[in-house]
Design a protein around this ligand. Structure first.
Ligand SMILES: [Zn+2]
Length: 151
């Protein structure tokens, strides 16, 4: 027979559940409450439905906010470009990249919950791509600024 769940019966259960529902890494929760990772992994099954619901809700709220921010930043970037203000353009572009990273991370989280595996590789790839894009953009903006200056 299987043992009763030590986490379900723990007096820290509410705090543990809260952190797991927020999507905190099992290893971090294990350290914080001095529990074994295997016990926490087992316990995650007991709160799987709550975790899935909260993460879906969180992800969809986040998605709406990210889309709004993206639209705003796109507008600022276009304004900067129109004014020939490449610093403003670059600042907006840089923040859009950060949003992209955030989005990649949240979609990684969503994958986590459906497959039960971590999707670290995709996140790293996205960050690397984002950085490369930023570097290319900065190099181009510098070249443009240097070419446009007459001093
Ligand atoms: Zn449990």
């Amino acid at each position: 027979m299987s043992k009763p769940c030590s986490i379900c019966n723990s007096r820290d259960r509410a705090a543990i559940d809260e952190r797991m529902i927020r999507g905190e890494a099992v290893a971090a929760v294990a350290r914080a409450f001095d529990k074994s990772e295997s016990a926490l992994r087992r316990h995650r099954e007991h709160i799987a439905k709550a975790v899935a619901l909260v993460q879906q809700d969180h992800a969809s709220n986040l998605k709406v906010e990210i889309e709004e921010l993206k639209a705003e930043l796109t507008r600022i970037q276009a304004e900067g470009k129109a004014d020939g203000d490449w610093k403003r353009e670059l600042a907006a572009f840089d923040r859009r990249l950060r949003l992209l990273e955030l989005q990649a991370r949240t979609s990684g989280e969503m994958k986590d919950q459906s497959t039960g595996t971590t999707n670290v590789l995709n996140i790293n790839l996205d960050e690397r791509t984002a950085r490369k894009m930023a570097e290319t953009f900065i190099a181009r903006a510098r070249l443009k600024a240097a070419g446009g200056a007459h001093d």
